[in-house]
Design a protein around this ligand. Structure first.
Ligand code: INI
Length: 158
């Protein structure tokens, strides 16, 4: 049996982190978690990481698309927080963000990690951004690191 998998060390690979400013009080903790994971676990050089900020989660796909088009990156990590309010805005923003990022990933054949937390409450968002439910930014970065290596190994490049 042949098993292909990937580790999470990606020294020399280039990563773009695209970040929504909306709900910045939780999103900045996701950014800290993602950068820490890339540098400490992935051993990625700081100069190989590009951080792009956009207004909200709805804008993440278009920025990810431009980054993917540039062909400069081995993976993209999208970070944001969509917190449900009393309007249908949540479903539109979360749905389009999720759909758009998945589309960019498949269209450009590039790992796009989904580090966008979608929660019913601010409390749940805080729990997922570095408190009792972990840090979804760090988890997304680890996923991107692994996917870069899995895809390289599938292509037999390693
Ligand atoms: N953007 C978010 O990133 N999170 C949210 O919770 C959110 N809510 O709830 O409205 C949100 N809205 C802004 C949206 O992403 C766009 O920036 C805006 O609609 C302009 O296109």
């Amino acid at each position: 049996m042949k098993i292909i998998e990937g580790n999470i060390r990606a020294t020399g690979k280039k990563f773009a982190v695209v970040v929504a400013r909306f709900n910045g009080f939780v999103v900045e903790s996701l950014v800290d978690g993602a950068l820490d994971a890339l540098e400490r676990h992935g051993e990625v050089n700081e100069q190989d990481i590009t951080l792009v900020r956009v207004p909200g989660a709805y804008e993440l796909p278009i920025a990810a698309q431009r980054l993917a088009q540039s062909k400069k990156y081995d993976a993209i990590i999208a970070l944001g927080a969509v917190i449900r309010g009393s309007t249908p805005h949540f479903d539109f923003v979360a749905g389009e963000c999720n759909k758009g990022l998945a589309q960019v990933s498949l269209q450009y054949n590039l790992p796009v990690a989904f580090g966008v937390i979608t929660t019913d409450s601010i409390e749940q968002a805080i729990e997922r951004s570095g408190t009792k439910a972990g840090n979804k930014g760090a988890e997304a970065a680890i996923t991107a690191l692994e996917m870069v290596n899995v895809l390289a190994n599938i292509e037999g490049m390693n």
